[in-house]
Design a protein around this ligand. Structure first.
Ligand SMILES: CC(C)(COP(=O)(O)OP(=O)(O)OC[C@H]1O[C@@H](n2cnc3c(N)ncnc32)[C@H](O)[C@@H]1OP(=O)(O)O)[C@@H](O)C(=O)NCCC(=O)NCCS
Length: 233
């Protein structure tokens, strides 16, 4: 489980084939998440035409395939929907996260199924990345409530062997700059490290505010990634 760990080159496939197998749909060597959990899809590392055909069969015609962690490019009959440059960052594995000071009256709480409408609303307002009705089933999601209202959240997403991705980091615009995101990422980092995993995350290159936040907490850049989406033929 070092920084060169190849499982981090295909975190979607490594999660779908391992700790998220109970949330996967598979056909041949193609796999995707259950509807409303995630749109991430995977094929084998060196896919043959029949692997792409299997994934198309699994998803159905004209469906969206989010292939961000797959280095292979689908056949030309798959319509590119978007492409966005980003980076993968990892927790260096030594030490603990910085402990940001708490604002009085705000507690970090675990978010369960009953919080899903609020989580969906916060994600829609802040756009931290894809978030669906069942995304919280991928791991633990934590939130900050102020006077009962959810103003910030973050949670666990992909889980390749030995690693847990921190994702859906977002704070409502009116609650930013108070350390909520820093506290949530730190709390998740502590939980992940305590159970023997290392945290990692993905962020768009244009999101300089989030990159600053993660670097300040101690995350290091492992390398570039391209977030890519396609529509099946
Ligand atoms: C990124 C985001 C989660 C930060 O939330 P937050 O609760 O305001 O973050 P914090 O208060 O913990 O900020 C801690 C530090 O992060 C950095 N930071 C946060 N937002 C920043 C911004 N827009 N520009 C520059 N630096 C920023 C600063 O270093 C800040 O330090 P400060 O306390 O000296 O200001 C929030 O801006 C957001 O929801 N953005 C939209 C969703 C998103 O992009 N999520 C990340 C997906 S990878």
């Amino acid at each position: 489980m070092n920084d060169e760990d190849p499982v981090l080159d295909d975190p979607v496939g490594q999660s779908l084939g391992g700790r998220h197998a109970h949330l996967a749909r598979r056909l041949g060597r193609a796999a995707t998440y259950l509807a409303e959990v995630a749109t991430f899809s995977s094929v084998s590392a060196d896919p043959a035409p029949e692997d792409w055909a299997d994934l198309a069969g699994l998803l159905g015609p004209g469906a969206f395939a989010d292939m961000f962690s797959c280095p292979a490019v689908p056949p030309s009959s798959w319509e590119p929907v978007f492409s966005l440059e980003g980076r993968q960052m990892i927790w260096p594995g030594d030490g603990r996260p910085g402990r940001p000071s708490s604002e009085s009256g705000t507690d970090v709480v675990e978010l369960g199924t009953d919080s899903v409408p609020e989580m969906l609303d916060l994600a829609a307002r802040t756009e931290p990345g894809p978030f669906w009705r069942r995304t919280h089933e991928l791991g633990t999601y934590l939130g900050v409530r102020v006077d009962g209202t959810l103003v910030a959240m973050a949670g666990e997403r992909l889980r390749p062997p030995g690693w847990t991705e921190i994702s859906a980091v977002c704070t409502a615009p009116e609650a930013r700059g108070r350390g909520h995101a820093a506290r949530l990422v730190s709390a998740l980092t502590e939980r992940v490290v305590a159970r023997g995993d290392r945290p990692f995350l993905h962020v768009a290159e244009t999101n300089t505010g989030a990159i600053t936040l993660y670097e300040r907490l101690g995350f290091k850049t492992r390398g570039p990634v391209t977030f890519r989406g396609f529509r099946t033929p």
